[in-house]
Design a protein around this ligand. Structure first.
Ligand code: NI
Ligand code: MN
Length: 225
């Protein structure tokens, strides 16, 4: 399984001919120069919640690739209204995909969608556990630290993608507690330094993580697990 960081909370997961993109915030990300047109053969687009820095280029990528969008029911209503293909699910649910499954997990955050300057209901914010060929990646979405995370220890997570930027999500110290509850084999920090308000040094996070391995990825950098 290949995991590529596309900046902010956006990741591309590749295994065999399955290509999954999560929270594809690309063209409006000031730190990222990846054009959404360069992303081909995207089977699934996973969206954790309705905020613009997560929906990002979902419409554009879905239209170009005929991708299925996996998201909560309420976000699904919104994407369906744009004539996009949606596979709606909700927290606790598991959806089978070729070679694996997607499970929706809770997140402590909002999910409203801003349409023409007006907020509409985007349901509950969530995270995902993506299991492909026996490897499990947990994408936390935007969230504060929660006691629910201790249940993730039972999932035997290989890689946890955790927000560390603070202000809108947990910051470094709470993300360290989250990692201690989840006990993944590897943590990759996300949702930091895109904007001034979420500026932190990911190396402070890495230095404070004692028992869990941490990988700080540059935009466009990938790892194979
Ligand atoms: Ni958000
Ligand atoms: Mn966000």
């Amino acid at each position: 399984m290949k995991i590529k960081f596309l900046g902010h909370s956006a990741f591309l997961i590749e295994e065999r001919d399955i290509r999954i993109i999560i929270d594809p915030f690309l063209s409006d990300n000031p730190q990222c120069n990846i054009a959404p047109e360069t992303l081909d053969n995207i089977s699934y687009i996973l969206v954790t919640h309705g905020h613009a820095d997560h929906i990002g280029d979902t419409k554009h990528i879905a239209e170009r690739n005929n991708s299925d969008i996996i998201c909560n029911v309420e976000l699904g209503w919104y994407f369906s209204s744009l004539s996009l293909k949606v596979l709606p699910m909700h927290i606790g649910g598991i959806k089978k995909i070729p070679f694996g499954s997607i499970k929706m997990t809770p997140a402590l955050h909002g999910s409203g969608i801003k349409v023409n300057g007006i907020g509409i209901n985007g349901g509950n914010s969530n995270g995902f556990i993506i299991e492909v060929s026996g490897k499990k990646v947990y994408h936390a979405g935007d969230t504060g630290l929660s006691v629910e995370m201790q249940l993730l220890k039972r999932e035997n997570i290989d890689v946890a993608l955790l927000p560390i930027g603070g202000n809108f999500t947990m910051g470094i110290d709470d993300a360290i507690i989250a990692a201690s509850l989840i006990e993944p084999k590897l943590v990759i920090p996300m949702h930091y330094n895109t904007f001034d308000v979420i500026k932190v040094n990911p190396h402070d996070f890495k230095a404070k993580m004692n028992s869990t391995k941490t990988a700080i990825l540059d935009i466009n950098e990938e790892i194979i697990i």
